[in-house]
Design a protein around this ligand. Sequence first.
Ligand code: FAD
Ligand code: NAG
Ligand code: NAG
Ligand code: NAG
Length: 519
Amino acid sequence: MRASPILKLFVALLLTGINSRKSDPDASYTSLSSLDVDGRFTFDDVSEAAMDFGHRYHHLPSAVLHPGSVTDVAETVRHVFQLGPGSRLTVAARGHGHSLQGQAQAAGGIVVRMESLRRAQEMRVHAGDEPYVDAPAGALWIDVLKETLRHGLSPKSWTDYLHLTIGGTLSNAGISGQAFRHGPQISNVRRVEVVTGKGEVFNCSPTHNADLFHGVLGGLGQFGIITRATIALEPAPKMVKWIRVLYSDFTIFTEDQEMLISSKKTFDYIEGFVIKNKTGLLNIWRSSFKPQDPVQASRFNSEGRTLYCLEMTKNFDPNDPDMAMQEVKELLSQLRYIPSTLFQSEVSYIEFLERVHVSEVKLRSKGLWEVPHPWLNLLVPRTGIHAFANEVFGKILKDSSNGPILLYPLNKSKWDNRTSAVIPDEEIFYLVAFLSSAPTSSGQDILTQALMQNEKILQFCKKANIQIKQYLPYINTQEEWQTHYGQRWDTFVQRKLSYDPLAILAPGQRIFQKAVASS
Ligand SMILES: Cc1cc2nc3c(=O)[nH]c(=O)nc-3n(C[C@H](O)[C@H](O)[C@H](O)COP(=O)(O)OP(=O)(O)OC[C@H]3O[C@@H](n4cnc5c(N)ncnc54)[C@H](O)[C@@H]3O)c2cc1C
Ligand SMILES: *[C@@H]1O[C@H](CO)[C@@H](O)[C@H](O)[C@H]1NC(C)=O
Ligand SMILES: *[C@@H]1O[C@H](CO)[C@@H](O)[C@H](O)[C@H]1NC(C)=O
Ligand SMILES: *[C@@H]1O[C@H](CO)[C@@H](O)[C@H](O)[C@H]1NC(C)=O
């Protein structure tokens, strides 16, 4: 599909001067107090809506809506839509505020606190042949898990950390160690309820309002605010066997990972980490593993080599563990890890899924959670992963003690190309995530160094022509957004024109700029 001239004009209008226009005084937000909402607006105490997990960008909104109903969300957006291009007001849905660079913020606009809705609307679990849960989009995944577990059920595809909202992860993709089999979270959604940028409410599924359904999945909040979602469930596993092994050879490590994700009989969760030195190694064992493991790990001499940790789990029923344990044994016998480095543990399903929260609690107690997080998340095509590893882990990366580095393969066939999510154009690609923390107590230089390292990595990929895609993208220019979306840019723009023609929604993604009339 070619962009029509009108479309091009529209895009140019929206994209010009992303940073050139500072928020002029715009009193149109005062008209919000005339709206009769079930919840409430706050105008003074809005600083929390200018914060996020990245702790680097802080844009104050004019107002925060604490919606009491979906109607509140729809009426607020419709009100802003009807103000037309004479108003600069924008609207950002805020999930749990775990964005990295202000993506859920709205400078001078309205932030909708989606978590307020989770009390107003309950979760409904439907058992049966194809079980599902229908949940408010502001619900945290941990609450979804707790509720579905009461019915012996559970979602299939996760993120590593569950204190994120349904709407927030579905607007990105939701990727973890189950995605090789079940696809990302956006591949496990049956229906969504959406408020568009015109303030209309639609129920969407793959057969009903399908374009909007696919558009909002991975849509970075650009086409609508998801207010409810129906998520596919499966019988909940009871226990998991949790295993970590080490490699010193990147090629063997990735061959084993790829073998595992391609096998019919395999683990239930497959991830991996890159460990540049001892601190990183110990960090990986610090939580949840047997007390003797860190001792054993500290005795392990890496001789300064970069190490690769393969992490996997197998679900099992404690009343009938034999078959699962036999399968684990067979699978391990096919792997080529360093023999002395097999670490195993058995935990409940919820304990496994809450593993990052355990670290959060520890980090919080040391004041190390609410600190800048200069994260970089990449999807790297398989054909480029060795060149990537040579340069990035061999040369650019000095140290992995600032935070974990994840690396694991995914299969494109589990992704629906009608959604808005962007992935490399190859059958197998790797998620590579540099999850750095930069506590200010350590001085600004960790932050500066991490940002420089991220830039070097991106520059290298460009120079070496490795066609990576950013996950949770932070992109500066129109050209780069177009490159990011590639052939799908026209569809993306077309959807924007259909569902949010004034570019009111999720301005913090900085893809489109609201076109404001000058008089
Ligand atoms: C510790 C940690 C671990 C993580 N692990 C993973 C992981 O393993 N896998 C993974 O895929 N991601 C992971 N993430 C990233 C996570 O998916 C993003 O932070 C995401 O933004 C979800 O956070 P949130 O619910 O707070 O949404 P927010 O950050 O509040 O919102 C994200 C974007 O979506 C928009 N938005 C929010 N709610 C809605 C809605 N209901 N409808 C439409 N748009 C909406 C916002 O405007 C914003 O643009 C992790 C993040 C953290 C902090
Ligand atoms: C990817 O998944 C498809 C569909 O399940 C499968 O046919 C293919 O073999 C997988 N590719 C690899 C390399 O595992
Ligand atoms: C490991 O980390 C320390 C402290 O961050 C650093 O000084 C050292 O160079 C690193 N060692 C290796 C082998 O990279
Ligand atoms: C999506 O994939 C299908 C089947 O592989 C293909 O026919 C179609 O052209 C693809 N669509 C887009 C938009 O890439």
